[in-house]
Design a protein around this ligand. Structure first.
Ligand code: ZN
Length: 490
């Protein structure tokens, strides 16, 4: 029998607000000293009262607008009761029947088509403390710095069917959170957590709708700490459930984790139903009247999203899919690129973006990746960067000289003209000296010359490279190419 995997997601993301969700403690994920940012509220002392952080509420609403969700008139906090050492109150303040945003969708593009993944809801809750277990397994320490940090939870409808699309969806959502500047969504730091719900449904070939007509037993996979692991766990689970069903076994509704060493999911506990949590309204927090917020201002604060930028970049700059993806993948990089291009346009009407993209994504990014420098810390401004690329395009600088100057710009933040002046970088533009070199190269490479005369443009590039090497990369490329053509055609 054929089975169709039915996959839905629950994604948690820590919001980057100044303070925690229900107290004034700093929300600082970089804090290294345990139990520094704590107070009686977030360590759950009896008699304390929570106050909701409106910035966190606004952040979730912003995401709601970005995903075309419906924002209800009011919203409510509830207590989710369970016991665990990372939760001193014995309950987590979360949202049950009145979340901040309902519905909406996120579209992703896979190899075949665009698929729309419907969003069920987005709500707000507080993060738990962090447990550190000793190596001998005999003791555990609790760090409350994370306790009470605002945590957004987004739940999707079971619209995904395979690992690849699921990972794509999660990556796109991560990118959106970063574009909205509401979360850094760093998976390695545990700021972005993906939980997968997966079941196999007996496939009905006549069912063309998005919704399967029969659902299998749902298994939840937790603690997936990278996109790679999300993909591997889904593929494994599809195989495991399929084999079990083939053998006629009955699958258990349960929560499983991922064992990365053994590359398999492992049973952790039987899955709770929501009634196990005995949700009830949080009596210490009033109903949130969302109509009192400036919803219009939140809505217009949503910037151009990755999907829109992708279409515009391809159209406006004629970039390949890969180049577009690299640029879009970082909000700062996309901004730097656009600002450089608009400077570039002031110098050349209808400039080609290829040289600029290459210098940006390979040379400049290469320097930055080597030293772990972020674009927001970069000393080079887009104006000077485009000036450098302009000089290359005009044939005033060889690519070797440009790379050296770029390195100086990267270190000092000076503009390229200053560097050329200061370092006394001189170009060989003297036609006499260039002619001498070109003649040598032509004499030494009769085959390339003949090829060029037959119309092979590559041969000219080869001769150009040979001449430039003899000039130690310091020849004026424009003068060089003119001289080559002139002498060959004599
Ligand atoms: Zn606190």
């Amino acid at each position: 029998m054929e089975y169709q995997p039915i996959i839905g997601l629950e994604i948690h993301s820590e919001l980057k607000t100044q303070t925690k969700m229900f107290c004034d403690c700093l929300n600082d994920p970089e804090e290294k000293h345990p139990n520094t940012n704590i107070c009686p509220v977030c360590v759950g002392h009896p008699g304390t009262l929570p106050v909701a952080n409106l910035k966190a509420v606004e952040a979730v609403l912003k995401l709601g607008f970005a995903l075309n969700s419906r924002i209800p008139k009011d919203s409510k906090f509830d207590r989710k009761n369970y016991f665990y050492p990372d939760l001193p109150k014995g309950y987590q303040i979360s949202q049950y029947d009145k979340p901040l945003a309902l519905g909406g969708a996120l579209e992703i593009k896979n190899q075949k088509s665009n698929i729309k993944i419907r969003i069920t809801r987005i709500h707000l809750e507080e993060d738990t403390a962090r447990l550190q277990h000793s190596e001998d397994g005999k003791s555990s320490l609790v760090d409350f710095n994370r306790a009470g940090v605002p945590l957004m939870e987004l739940v999707t409808e079971p619209d995904l069917r395979n690992a690849e699309d699921t990972v794509k969806f999660a990556k796109e959502l991560q990118l959106i959170l970063r574009y909205l500047e509401i979360s850094d969504a760093d998976m390695e730091k545990g700021q972005f957590r993906v939980e997968v719900n997966i079941s196999l449904s007996p496939e009905n070939p006549n069912n063309k709708s998005q919704i399967p007509n029969k659902l299998g037993t749902k298994v939840e996979i937790k603690n997936l700490n990278s996109f790679r692991v999300v993909g591997e766990a889904i593929d494994y689970e599809i195989r495991r459930q399929g084999e079990a069903l083939e053998k006629g076994e009955v699958l258990k509704q349960e929560t499983r984790g991922w064992d990365d060493a053994k590359k398999r999911t492992v049973s952790q506990r039987s899955k709770e139903d929501s009634h196990d949590y005995r949700y009830f309204p949080e009596p210490d927090l009033p109903l949130l009247d969302l109509t009192k917020l400036d919803l219009e201002a939140i809505k217009v604060s949503v910037p151009e999203l990755p999907a829109q930028k992708r279409i515009r970049f391809a159209k406006e700059y004629g970039l390949s899919d890969l180049q577009t993806e690299i640029l879009i993948g970082d909000r700062w990089l996309a901004k730097f690129f656009e600002e450089s291009m608009s400077e570039f346009k002031l110098q050349i009407p209808n400039p080609k973006s290829q040289t600029l993209v290459n210098y940006l994504t390979s040379d400049l990014m290469g320097l930055m990746n080597k030293e772990g420098v972020k674009l927001s810390e970069l000393k080079i401004n887009p104006e000077d960067f485009s000036e450098l690329v302009f000089m290359v395009e005009q044939g005033e600088l060889s690519s070797r000289m440009a790379k050296n100057i770029l390195l100086e710009m990267y270190k000092t933040g000076l503009d390229p003209h200053e560097i050329i002046k200061e370092q006394g970088i001189s170009q060989v533009s003297d036609r006499g000296a260039i002619e001498l070199v070109v003649k040598e190269v032509i004499d030494a490479n009769p085959k390339a010359v003949a090829d060029y005369k037959k119309g092979k443009e590559n041969a000219l590039a080869f001769l150009m490279g040979q001449s430039m090497a003899k000039l130690k990369g310091q020849g004026n490329p424009k003068v060089l190419i003119q001289t080559l053509k002139k002498i060959i055609n004599l």
